[in-house]
Structure formats: structure tokens, C-alpha cells
Design a protein around this ligand. Structure first.
Ligand code: SF4
Ligand code: SF4
Length: 294
């Protein structure tokens, strides 16, 4: 079983639009499972036409921790006070004890380590929901959603991938397609880790190119083969040329160039993959898959 991850150095490049159409085209030739690992803003399910009620199951995940004080053990030594890099510890002068700010606490455990009285414990908290559904295009989707203001996105991505793997094994799927978060943060690293191939989606803007360069350093770190899709290439031909030059210089395969077309927006509004909304896009995405396989 292979894993392909769709990735972009920055948000707004059309990564999910590419993911949904590639998923539909791939599912016509093999059994696949898709995983939405963009856990801060998952919308792959939506672009495949799934609404909340269409998911057959969902589970709450407790993959985050928060510091708690065991008050009777605290001697007020203040050793924990300056140990927090997230500024999550304040001081209650009346009671002479630390106070932990739940919103700022990242559950790193440093305060627990420095406390000589063992007066701090880490409490598991619910930080995400993982939903599983079946699309009308014949394949299952696993989607993770991090709760607002919660941390632990990397761990949620790992859990989404674990469940997608489980389903893929049960269904004898040949491929898992992952829609990763944008950027180079924790959820992206967790998405890329273990992938067999990465499809990077970019657009012809200066910020997209510099973010792509940074992102590809991360992909290279994992030693994963990758190819490039340039979205809305015709909006800035000069910059598209710069991206192509960058690709040639770095021996990166360009898998495809997608033109700007209002039908991509119309497809999103109708909650349809572009290749379903308008068959004219099929050739474009088949071309990307063909070059990807070479
Ligand atoms: S667990 Fe880490 S983030 Fe939370 S209060 Fe302690 S030191 Fe700060
Ligand atoms: S380090 Fe431990 S004992 Fe000291 S103030 Fe903090 S919680 Fe209390």
C-alpha cells in the first residue's frame, strides 16, 4: 500500500481542489482511502460533497494534556513559575500557589519536571474529533478536526493516518491519499512522515515560491520523491517561468499546470470535485497522474 501526500508551502494555493479531483480520478482505477490531515481547517470532505450528517462515525480524541496543581502538595517554592516557555503559569499571591492558564498551556510537562514536590500532574483533555465517512465516489474518508484553541495537531494527524491505514487494510486499498496542512509546522511534518510520494501544489506568486522552497527542504529531509503542480499558472506567466526555472535547477518534475478557471470556484460552491463539476478538467488531472506514474 502506497501513500501520496498533497502538500503546499502556503495556504490558498488550491491544494484541496487538487486533492479532491485527484482522489476521484485515482478511485476510478484503484481502491483508495483519503485522509484529511489539515486538522486546523479540514475541508476535503466538503469539497467531496460530504456534510456533517454524512459521516457514519466520529470519535472524540484526547491527545492533549494540561498542567494541574495538586494544591495540598505545593509548598509555594515558585520553582515552576519561570519554567514555562508558553507563559502559562501565573502566581496567586493570596494562596501562594501557581495558577495554570489552560488556554496557554501546551502540556509540555516542564513545570512537572522542575517541581520538587511532585505537586503538578498532566491531565488528558479532549482536543479533536475524527470522523469517518464514505464519499459518493466510492472511497472512504477519514477527517480530523482540532478543537478551536487546542494544541496537539501533530498527534491528531498521526491518529487520522493510523485510522486511514486501518480502513485501507480492511478494504484492501492500494493507496492512501493524504491532504496535508499548508506550511512546515507540526501537522505537515506528521503528514509527510512515511509518505511514498509528495505532490506539492504552488501558485505563481513570490510568497508561494519562497514558502515552496522552505517546504521542499522539509520534504527533502524525509527523502521523499516529489513533483510539482502549478495552479493558476496563467495569472502570472513571468512568475510561473521563475517557478519552472526553480524546478529545472533543482531537478523537480513538474506534474502539471492548472489554468485559472471560474469553474473551479463554481465546483467548490456546489461541493463537487472539479472533475465531476465539469468533465473538461478530467484530461488535466489525468495528465498529472500520468506524469506522476512515469
Ligand atoms: S505543562 Fe508546559 S506549557 Fe503547561 S504550564 Fe507546564 S510548562 Fe507551561
Ligand atoms: S514547583 Fe511545585 S511546589 Fe514549587 S510552587 Fe510550583 S507546584 Fe508548588
Amino acid at each position: 500500500m502506497k501513500t501520496i501526500t498533497i502538500f503546499s508551502g502556503k495556504g490558498g494555493t488550491g491544494k484541496t481542489t487538487v486533492s479532491s479531483s485527484l482522489a476521484v480520478m485515482l478511485a476510478r482505477e484503484k481502491k483508495i482511502v483519503v485522509a484529511d490531515c489539515d486538522v486546523d481547517a479540514p475541508n476535503l470532505g466538503l469539497s467531496l460533497g460530504l456534510r456533517e450528517k454524512d459521516y457514519s462515525s466520529s470519535v472524540k480524541i484526547r491527545a492533549s494534556e494540561k498542567a494541574d496543581l495538586i494544591e495540598k502538595k505545593c509548598n509555594g517554592c515558585r520553582k515552576c513559575l519561570n519554567s514555562c516557555s508558553f507563559n502559562a503559569i501565573k502566581w496567586n499571591n493570596n494562596k501562594n500557589i501557581p495558577v495554570f492558564d489552560e488556554l496557554l498551556c501546551e502540556g509540555c510537562g516542564t513545570c512537572k519536571i522542575v517541581c520538587p514536590e511532585n505537586a503538578i500532574r498532566l491531565r488528558k483533555v479532549e482536543n479533536a474529533e475524527i470522523s469517518i465517512g464514505k464519499t459518493k465516489y466510492g472511497f472512504s474518508i477519514v477527517s480530523g478536526q482540532l478543537k478551536m484553541g487546542e494544541s496537539g495537531s501533530g498527534r491528531i494527524v498521526m491518529e487520522v493516518k493510523r485510522r486511514a491505514n486501518e480502513i485501507a487494510r480492511k478494504q484492501n486499498a492500494e493507496l492512501i491519499l493524504i491532504d496535508s496542512a499548508a506550511g512546515i509546522g507540526c501537522p505537515v511534518i506528521a503528514s509527510l512522515n512515511g509518505s511514498d510520494y509528495v505532490i506539492a501544489v504552488t501558485e505563481p506568486t513570490p510568497s508561494a515560491l519562497s514558502d515552496l522552497e522552505r517546504g521542499l527542504k522539509v520534504v527533502n529531509h524525509f527523502n521523499i520523491p516529489f513533483g510539482l503542480v502549478i495552479n493558476r499558472h496563467d495569472l502570472n506567466k513571468e512568475f510561473t517561468k521563475k517557478i519552472e526555472d526553480f524546478a529545472i535547477k533543482n531537478k523537480i518534475k513538474i506534474l502539471g499546470k492548472i489554468p485559472y478557471d471560474k469553474d473551479f470556484v463554481r465546483a467548490l460552491v456546489e461541493l463537487k470535485p472539479a472533475v465531476i463539476y465539469n468533465k473538461k478538467f478530467e484530461k488535466l488531472f489525468l495528465g498529472i497522474l500520468k506524469r506522476f506514474k512515469k
